[in-house]
Structure formats: structure tokens, C-alpha cells
Design a protein around this ligand. Sequence first.
Ligand code: DP6
Length: 347
Amino acid sequence: METIVSSVAPPNIALIKYWGKRDDLLKLPLNDSVSITLDEKTLASTTTLVLGAKLGKDRFILNGKEGPDSHIAEALLLIRRRLGKKYPLIKKPVLLLSSNNFPTAAGIASSASGFAALAQAVAAAFGIKDKKEISILARLGSGSASRSVFGGFARWKAGRNKDGNDSHAVQIAPRSKWPEVVDVIAITNPERKKVSSKDGMERTMRTSDLCHCRLGIVGKRADAVTRAIRSRDFSTMATLTMRDSNAMHATMLDTWPPVMYMNDISRAIVYAVHEYNEKSGQTKAAYTFDAGPNAHIITTRKEAGKIARMLKKIPGVQRVIMAGVGEGSKAVETPKKTKQLLKRLLS
Ligand code: DP6
């Protein structure tokens, strides 16, 4: 008999970014990062994991397409290494089905939601309840995924240990602390990025002088953003968010050869947000960009409609998606459609 488990996990948006590793394989970061977990009803990966079936080899079906995936294969290898002794079943071939409720082509990072969902499914299979452990399992897939395990606002502690056992996320505030926060996402380029986060950050660490300057101040900024979240101080949170996004992208430009993820439309959005805040006489919105040109505008429910209208007017903005604060990864019933598909696949 095989074990079949399913899970759902959302992406998250980092206010204080992770850009640089102290261990490439285990994905141990050089600095703490802080993020908002997005609402799983708007954006999520749903994953089903089958363990113990007579499969012969690992099989991955992503968004309906079956094929090899070196990133998932590496994550599984690391998860097996970590859990194999205690849970030998994980060493057997697995069937993994995962799909996103948002178009993969929208350019929204799916590795955070995808690997948090995988970790949550593995945890469900073996009855692992400790969120810290689930966060570590997610981190082995993609660093940023460690934060999607927790709902509300999360901080991924860089840790110091070589084995990474102290490098996991913690919740700094639940959703209920600040449910009015919204991420208004402007899609400016739905294509896949040319340089992956993994390669980009490795190159920045190797060649940028500026990145050492950012690493010197980012810990203090993570502390300050944590305090701002806990005291619902929007303007401090917003200012630090914009400054850390700019600082990270500055280190990318300082990389040799440079990595540039933002485009002219992203820059037009930066100016528009500053103008919006200036006209409001208050910092009511903050932009932040990951390793791509799509803008995340952090604001409140009250402002979100106005911000969306402003973004839609900017030439080149193709689509606007609004996501609130979410509850993090969780185990779910296997969807009916997946059960039917599994019947065919496993017969
Ligand atoms: C810019 O988590 O995708 O989004 O650990 O190599 O898989 P790997 O990288 P990944 O990097 C995310 C970088 C970022 C900032 C952030 O989310 O903190």
C-alpha cells in the first residue's frame, strides 16, 4: 500500500531579502530575512506525494507535465539524507504532482511555494508536526521556501551551525496582527528570468564589493522591520522594505558581469510609488523587487484599489494581482481530480 499525502503552500514576499549563501548545497544564508506570507487562496502550490508505490524511479508531474527536474531531484536527495535513517520509506521512489493556482508564466516565483508544499507533504507523510523542522526541509529545496511554512510574518534566521539545524524560519507575528496588509503585484514581464536566483547570488557573493556593505547593515534592518511589524508601524516597515530592495539590486548591478533583474517599467513603478507617497504626505506604499522585474507594492487594504489603478496606468504593466496575508503551508485532503489521475497512473 502506498502513502498518499497532499499539501498547499503559498509564496511569500521578502521585505528584507536573502541574497547570498554561506553554504550553497544546504542553502544556508549569510543574513536573516523577513517576509510576508501571501494568501494561499490567491497564490499557492498544491502538491501530492505518493510514497511506497512500485515506481522504479522518482516521477515528477508539474502543472500537468511529466519530466525530470534537477532542482526537485536535489531537494529530494537532501531531504532523504536528513530523514532517511528515521523514515526509511522516504528512500523509496516517489511520485510528485504539483501545480500552481497562478500561471507559472506570470513570473511569480513558484519555488518558495513549491518547496514549502513539498516539505509540508513530506511532514504529513511521517507525522512531523514541528514547524521548524518543516521549515528546514523547505529550505533544502529553496532558501526562501523556509519562510512560507509560517503564516503571517516570518523571519528566517541565518543561523551559525554548519549542519544548518539553526537555520529556519520563525513566525514574528500572525496574520491577525496585521490583516490589512496587502501585496499589489504588477506583472511587467511574464517571462522566466535569464539568470536564476541561485546563479545570480553566487556571482554577487564572488564578485561584488558592495554586497559586504549591505551584509554589514542588513541584520539591523531585519531587527528594525521585525519591531515595525510587531508595532504595526507601516511607514518604518515600508521605508526599510524599499531601502533593502534597492540595496540588494545595487549589489546585483555591482556584480561582475552585472545581473539586472529590474527593467524600465520596474523603475517607472519605483518613481510612481515615491510620487504617491509624496502626494499623500505619508509613506502609504512600498515597492520591493525579487530576482525579476515584477513589482510587489506593499500597502494596506484602504490604499490597494488606488495603487492598483495607478499601476495599471503605467505603460508596460500587463496585469495586477492583489494578495493579502496568508496562513502558511498546511496539509490538505488530496484533491478529487488528483485522486482520479493517481488511479490511472498507479494502476
Ligand atoms: C531575491 O530562495 O529562490 O527572492 O535558495 O538558491 O533556491 P535558492 O534561492 P531563492 O532566492 C530568493 C531570492 C529573493 C529574495 C528573498 O526571497 O529573500
